[in-house]
Design a protein around this ligand. Structure first.
Ligand SMILES: [Ca+2]
Length: 132
């Protein structure tokens, strides 16, 4: 009987947790990003696998994986600098600055019109980064 009550209580807690999750804004889902790094995520709101760069990277493809043209959200968790991101390798093509801090994250590049670009322009298009 006691076990049953415990199980019932656990289930109730799980349901409550589910309700809380549903009420939480989507932008609360950001995966951890090491301090000092630029993190570029596969999906919006910091979800999915991510490229994490501490230095200048002329290409986001490498031994760590293939991250060119897949990014949908960005977080500059740098400790000192802002960072530019580019649509081509070797710091070329259209670019914008990702400013430091959690309030400056780019939550969904599909709808991001930074620099006056149309929706969809930046999404799945970034390939390199240069710290400023
Ligand atoms: Ca590109």
């Amino acid at each position: 009987m006691k076990k049953r009550l415990v199980a019932g209580a656990a289930m109730g807690a799980a349901i409550m947790a589910g309700s809380l999750l549903a009420a939480t804004p989507a932008n609360a889902a950001w995966a951890f990003c090491n301090p000092g790094y630029l993190c570029a995520y596969y999906d919006s709101n910091g979800n999915g696998p991510n490229f994490a760069g501490q230095y200048d990277n002329p290409s986001w493809n490498g031994s760590w994986g293939y991250y060119n043209n897949v990014t949908s959200s960005l977080w500059n968790n740098g400790t000192m600098s802002n960072v530019n991101v580019y649509v081509n390798m070797n710091y070329s093509g259209a670019n914008f600055t990702v400013y430091r801090g959690t309030t400056k994250r780019h939550t969904d590049l599909f709808w991001d019109t930074t620099g006056g670009r149309p929706a969809g322009y930046w999404n799945d298009n970034l390939e390199s980064n240069l710290w400023l």
